[in-house]
Design a binder for this molecule. Structure first.
Ligand SMILES: Cc1ncc(COP(=O)(O)O)c(C=O)c1O
Length: 371
């Protein structure tokens, strides 16, 4: 926050000099691009900045060259906003004869192995599928999907892959040179603890000429706004606040300095903490782990008894009760509209005591929910 405040001061001191892409903005963005590129194993020339993962997913979907009769595959664990973007893009194309459709791969939860994810997606891809949208870490269930295997599988079937990595950078290792996606978007403002409205969009060089930001601006006919036409378009999407992006090297340096083993150590510790927190909750609820530990990063969901939390209204009521009566912020929602789940997260500022306290109060809160 201090670093961002300094950037804001500098910007407001002389906005024209600071924000003018042809004056001093571009080299500042390029320095951050180098930093994010080394973090996620990508050539910086293939990385554009976006406001958030929703923005990145929309840019790809709304630029995608759907062919008549084409199909996009999403999953039932996908983030609602991004699944909506897929439906919107397909529907617009669907207005033309033989337009695009959306198919949903049903991933189980509770889940036993990566093989179940691969099977479910393999069974949903068809000869019409042009694009697969998968999460690196699923939002409702916190599952780290086997994205490398899924990308290989899709590529063998001639399908391009858009990975929604909203939660991944800073939570799990991300090496795009190894994963080899067609498109990958990630947030800086989640597990990298950057200021809000900061993320990146990677696009494989072959497809960059097709992908445009959701806001078309000067870059569409002013290639000088970036080192490539792709970067020129994303570097300027109208007047905006670049300070959340410019603060990222400071945020990353800070996170890397928290533990002797750097970011890798932080990720391991957060993973261990979320598992210990999950164990405390599972003990209190008397249930088995709903996902193997090696499918999790630093998010974990546990199912709640459906006879106590039967609908969305009761899930909201329980979440509000836990917050207002016990000062614990924890999301509770219905997966597939029927399975109530509670999701915990673990970051450097959390401790096991906090999850134990939640485990203590949860049965009591559930009991009063039934009454
Ligand atoms: C998988 C996934 N995609 C997209 C998003 C949206 O992130 P944002 O609101 O920063 O675009 C989230 C947020 O939790 C998410 O978990």
């Amino acid at each position: 926050m201090e670093a961002q405040r300094e950037w804001i001061e500098r910007l407001e001191y002389d906005p024209i000099e600071f924000l003018g892409p042809e004056r001093s903005l571009l080299p500042k963005l390029d320095r951050v691009r180098d930093c994010i590129g080394s973090l996620v194993g990508a050539d910086p020339r293939d990385l554009a900045f976006v406001r958030n993962a929703t923005d990145g997913v929309n840019a790809v979907l709304r630029s995608f060259p759907f062919s008549p009769g084409g199909e996009v595959v999403i999953t039932n664990h996908g983030y609602n906003a991004c699944n909506n973007a897929a439906r919107y893009a397909a529907e617009r194309c669907g207005k033309q004869p033989g337009g695009a459709t959306v198919s949903v791969a049903e991933l189980p939860f509770p889940i036993e192995s990566n093989a179940q994810v691969i099977e479910a997606i393999d069974a949903t891809l068809t000869s019409k599928t042009r694009l697969l949208l998968i999460d690196h870490v699923t939002s409702p269930t916190g599952l780290g999907l086997p994205v490398k295997e899924l990308i290989e599988l899709a590529h063998r079937r001639g399908v391009r892959v858009l990975v929604d990595g909203a939660h991944a950078p800073g939570m799990v290792p991300v090496d795009l040179s190894d994963l080899n996606p067609d498109y990958y978007t990630g947030n800086h403002h989640k597990w990298l603890c950057g200021p809000k409205t900061s993320g990146f969009l990677y696009v494989r060089r072959d497809w960059q000429h097709e992908v445009h930001p959701t806001t078309i601006s000067h870059g569409a006919n002013s290639p000088g706004l970036g080192k490539t036409p792709f970067l020129a378009e994303f570097n300027w999407v109208g007047t905006y606040d670049p300070t959340p992006i410019l603060s990222m090297p400071t945020a990353i340096e800070f996170l890397c300095g928290l533990k002797e083993g750097g970011l890798a150590q932080l990720m391991r510790d957060n993973h261990a903490l979320v598992l210990a927190g999950r164990d405390a909750l599972l003990n209190a609820l008397g249930c088995d782990p709903p996902a193997p530990a090696d499918m999790l990063g630093s998010l974990a969901s546990v199912p709640l008894p459906a006879e106590r939390v039967g609908d969305g209204e009761s899930a909201n009521r329980l979440q509000r009760r836990i917050f207002h009566e016990h000062a614990i912020e924890v999301p509770i929602f219905l997966l597939k509209g029927t399975l109530p789940c509670l999701r915990i997260s673990a970051q450097a500022y959390n401790s096991l005591d906090q999850y134990k306290r939640l485990a203590d109060v949860l049965p009591l809160c559930l009991e009063s929910e039934r009454n």
